[in-house]
Design a protein around this ligand. Structure first.
Ligand code: C5P
Length: 397
């Protein structure tokens, strides 16, 4: 599985940096190509010479190493590998990553990459347990960063606790898992997400409160399982996940066109909160408040993308999943919606303001299929996404 893969290894400044040398040796034994990046602090613990001797590759240390025409640019370097591994990932590097800093080569590569990132944290137990580090960890995990360790044990500083970097064989297994194909390998899956914006004039539009969080989490979970995901997204609050093909749209009409262009797909998941109407007489220039009375907006119905795809006579995806955001009688309304639209599954949720679901981190859903309704416990949107992706894998693989 590992043979022939290429890893960009960022070595941060911690006492565990010495284990990074062993990691390089073991990866090379597995026929993995390693391109090392050494932070300034990392170079206090291991030398560029030892890293380059063990990896048989150039060690990159400085953003300005990359300004030479003959060298790779940092964008290219950040994307050339199959996976980025940060070992050891210090508290400082984690803080930089979670804050999106780009003030040295390592942080710039981590911000510019479109590849998955695996970190092996290593630090003193108090630093690990500090709320700031735990906050950064939660942010990074929410961004899809993979984490191996840390382990509990004696520390170089004489204390005992969580904070020791994972051992080399554990890091190698985590790399192997991150690079493995996954059960949805090669399956083309479409996910729509986010709100749509329907223009009133060039500066005003009709929108809704969808953040795109649930659709994004679903796309990420499917991509993590190896699916080839086309992610058609309206203007969402959260960024698209790494490793998916992003098609950004504004209106329902554009979303339908993008969905049609993405076909054929095996599975289609419609998590977008599509506006029901658009303004037919939207202005080409800004509508003025000129005393001539209120503007008269005329509305027309938007195409129902879910119903259109569900009811296709030719080339219908094998599995079509819709969402139903309801504020009352959730299961009854969603069951009726499944029938009306003709989709296979409906993921129903209660979006009454009191639930805090719309725009929040958690979701409480009921999955409605041809065999009935199944209510899942309230959990994070990421956990809902993972559970849904697993269910999809069960039925199509
Ligand atoms: O009819 P309603 O908007 O409640 O249906 C919600 C489901 O239908 C969601 O899956 C949503 O993505 C999809 N939908 C759509 N196109 C529309 C309206 C809703 O795909 N125009």
């Amino acid at each position: 599985m590992l043979a022939g893969k290429h890893i960009l290894l960022i070595v941060g400044g911690g006492i565990a940096a010495f284990k990074a040398l062993d990691l390089v040796r073991r990866l090379r034994e597995h026929d993995v190509r390693v391109t090392p990046v050494l932070t300034r602090a990392g170079s206090e613990f291991v030398t560029p010479l030892s890293l380059s001797a063990l990896s048989a590759a150039k060690v990159y240390q400085d953003l300005f190493d990359l300004t030479d025409e003959a060298e790779m640019g940092h964008i290219e370097l950040s994307r050339a590998a199959d996976l980025i591994v940060v070992a050891p990932a210090t508290a400082d590097l984690m803080a930089k990553m979670s804050g999106g800093h780009a003030d040295d080569l390592a942080s710039t590569l981590l911000l510019a990459t479109d590849k998955r990132v695996l970190i092996a944290p290593s630090m003193n137990v108090r630093m690990w347990e500090h709320p700031a580090t735990q906050r950064n960890l939660a942010t990074l995990q929410g961004d899809g960063v993979l984490v191996v360790g840390p382990n509990e044990g004696d520390m170089a500083c004489g204390e005992y606790g969580l904070g020791r970097m994972a051992e080399v064989p554990e890091i190698i297994s985590a790399i192997d898992a991150a690079l493995s194909d996954g059960p949805l390998k090669g399956r083309h899956i479409l996910v729509t997400s986010g709100p749509t914006h329907e223009p009133i004039d060039p500066v005003r539009y009709i929108a809704n409160r969808s953040s795109g969080a649930q659709g994004t989490a679903i796309a990420r979970a499917l991509a993590d399982m190896g699916a080839d995901v086309t992610f058609v997204t309206g203007p969402a609050d959260v960024p698209p996940p790494p490793g998916v093909n992003v098609i950004a749209v504004q209106t329902a009409k554009q979303m339908l066109e993008a969905v049609q262009a993405a076909r054929p797909v095996e599975v289609a998941i419609f998590a977008a909160a599509v506006a029901d109407w658009h303004v037919v007489n939207a202005g080409d220039s800004k509508i003025k408040k000129d005393g001539s009375g209120l503007p008269k907006l005329e509305f027309a119905e938007n195409p129902d993308i879910l119903a259109t795809v569900s009811q296709m006579s030719k080339g219908r995806p094998k599995l079509v999943v819709g969402f139903a955001a309801e504020t009352d009688d959730v299961v009854a309304h969603a069951t009726a919606k499944r029938q009306r639209k003709g989709c296979d599954w409906i993921v129903a949720n209660d979006v009454s303001p009191a639930t805090g679901i719309m725009g929040g981190r958690e979701n409480a859903v009921t999955l409605i299929t041809d065999v009935g309704a199944e209510t899942w416990p309230r959990m994070s949107k990421d956990a809902v996404a993972e559970a849904l992706a697993k269910r999809i894998a069960e039925v199509i693989v």
